[in-house]
Ligand binder design. Sequence first.
Ligand code: COA
Length: 154
Amino acid sequence: MTQHVIYPGTFDPLTNGHVDMVERAAGIFENIVIAVAKSAGKEPRFSMEERVDMCKEVFKHLKNVSVESFDGLLVEFAKTKNATLILRGLRSASDFDFEFQLAGMNKTMLPAIETVYMSASKETVAISSTIVREIAAMGGDVSAFVPPVVANHF
Ligand code: COA
């Protein structure tokens, strides 16, 4: 069966964890839309345009991956794409607790939607966008955690 999947996130910034997820998913799903969310919380470190552009640059070698932004509910964006599958990454049990809530509430709002999960690889399991931002803000080197395009943006 043909499968189109949406991979949503804030990507503030895109990390090697996200890259690992998308590269593995690109070999499984026919088509992946990376959906860059405006921001769940306060002002993001990178503007929407910067986050979209960095994703486009990093994934330009993957022909079945596209990048779009959305503002508002993920389920509304999924409807506009006729997508019924959401992909999320899991690093830990605490990720699972949050993801379980997200998936449940999304499914209540849009019963046709299913969320599938992939576990983070052991090389990327400890990476967090929040900690990357903190290291960069204190002048640290983040090149071990993010693609070069992203590291150059700090
Ligand atoms: N490896 C390493 N780290 C990973 C990873 C992986 N495979 N996958 C995710 N992460 C990390 C990120 O680095 C980030 O780190 P942090 O914990 O320091 O922030 C964290 O996991 C999650 O970031 P991200 O992947 O960008 O996703 P998010 O949690 O910001 O995304 C949305 C949340 C956008 C999906 C959600 O807020 C949403 O759907 N918003 C739209 C509004 C909406 O519909 N709300 C109702 C939902 S029910």
